[in-house]
Design a binder for this molecule. Structure first.
Ligand code: ADP
Ligand code: MG
Length: 365
């Protein structure tokens, strides 16, 4: 019996830049999903999860296709189907998933399940699974089998995350670099709005088209750039539509913030990093308009607390989670104050998780 772990992830800074060819800075968390791998002597795979009552048994001889009735098991089934299609050896087994990562809250539990499943299955025959390949493979399964058109960031961070490091990922060139991120006496707090992300798909597509429209105008009037992230702040005046100008201003300024963040983290300047987080949130609120009362209340209340270096929403927005960097001596008071204010303003109870930056997918025994 072997056990494997895949973490959840947060994006520390660089929001809504993946589809604009920019830089993102995700990190793997110390909370995540664990899989217990139990070999079987037949040709069947059994999938169970401690957080779901539905379980599934399939034969490796059957054709595996997406079926909504298969509920959460579509994620591991998608991985199995694609591994078989590409002629990898897939061993008969039972896989039992356990998790302390909230599902559907923007911390990439889906990528954790995908990467974990592929890693556990491949590890039975291969001693060194290529993690960059693995991230791309799992992203393709989420795009094609599950039908979610996510970018590469989630699977990359879950597969390649490294303890006390952030992953600087260039979404245009698909290249990554590790940036030291030592929290020392600080904690990474993840604050869950506990709000269903209902607007997310329509607004996400709307922002994507707005960025495409802004890029097109800049391309025809200023420069043949390929991505909006390459645009210069001084070109914004060609965008006469105020909405497009605001969207582009967020994208360009956020990309500059990621560059600066990577620089200040080289000498572990967490205070400046915190200020960049605050500026990122303001830009996402005012220029990109993807926050909402829940994320604003969490991030802005967090920013006012003693011992907090900075806070911002993380992920696509309209719900999901916000993050904050808080001194360990102030953590308890921080939690109480933020939860109290959040309840008062929204009528909702928020969950707050105290985490660290951990390693990507790995075996744990
Ligand atoms: P996110 O990736 O932000 O957490 P998604 O909606 O993309 O949100 O993925 C959440 C889905 O992933 C869950 O609804 C469930 O189907 C699946 N999932 C995540 N964690 C587990 C788990 N521990 N066991 C079973 N299924 C899980
Ligand atoms: Mg997901």
């Amino acid at each position: 019996m072997k056990q494997y772990f895949a973490p959840g992830r947060v994006n520390l800074i660089g929001e809504h830049l993946d589809y604009n060819g920019g830089l993102v800075l995700p990190a793997a968390l110390t909370i995540g999903v664990t899989a217990t791998f139990i070999p079987r002597n037949d040709n069947r795979i059994v999938l169970r999860s401690a957080t779901h009552s539905f379980s599934k048994e399939v034969s490796l001889d059957d054709e595996i296709v997406f079926d909504a009735k298969n509920d959460w098991t579509n994620y591991p089934l998608g991985i199995i189907a694609q591994l078989l299609k590409e002629n990898h050896s897939v061993p008969a087994c039972e896989i039992v998933y356990e998790s302390n990562l909230p599902e559907g809250s923007g911390l990439s539990s889906s990528a954790a399940v995908e990467v974990l499943t592929a890693y556990a299955l491949l590890s039975q025959a291969e001693s060194n699974v290529n993690l960059v390949w693995l991230a791309n493979f799992c992203k393709q399964v989420e795009n094609d089998f599950i039908g979610v058109k996510c970018g590469i960031m989630d699977q990359y961070a879950v597969a390649l995350g490294k303890k006390d490091h952030a992953l600087l990922l260039d979404c245009n060139k698909v290249r990554h670099e590790y940036i030291p991120f030592e929290l020392g006496d600080y904690k990474l707090m993840v604050m869950n709005t506990m709000k269903p992300r209902s607007l997310i798909h329509s607004k996400y597509n709307e922002r994507k088209s707005e960025c495409e429209a802004a890029l097109h105008i800049i391309q025809t009037t200023k420069s043949e750039i390929e991505n909006l992230c390459e645009a210069d702040m001084f070109w914004l005046d060609v965008l006469t539509d105020e909405v497009l100008r605001k969207r582009a201003r967020h994208v360009i300024s956020e990309n500059l913030r990621v560059k600066e963040a990577a620089k200040v983290l080289e000498w572990n300047d967490l205070s400046t990093f915190g200020r960049l987080m605050n500026a990122s949130h303001t830009s996402l609120k005012n220029d990109y308009e993807v926050t909402g009362i829940e994320l604003d209340t969490l991030a802005e209340t967090a920013q006012e607390q003693k011992g907090c270096l900075g806070a911002r929403m993380t992920g696509a927005g309209f719900g999901g989670c916000a993050i904050a960097i808080v001194h360990q001596s102030a953590v308890e008071e921080f939690k109480n104050k933020v939860q109290e204010k959040y309840l008062l303003v929204t009528g909702l109870h928020c969950e707050i998780y105290e985490t660290q930056i951990g390693d990507g997918v790995h075996q744990i025994n």
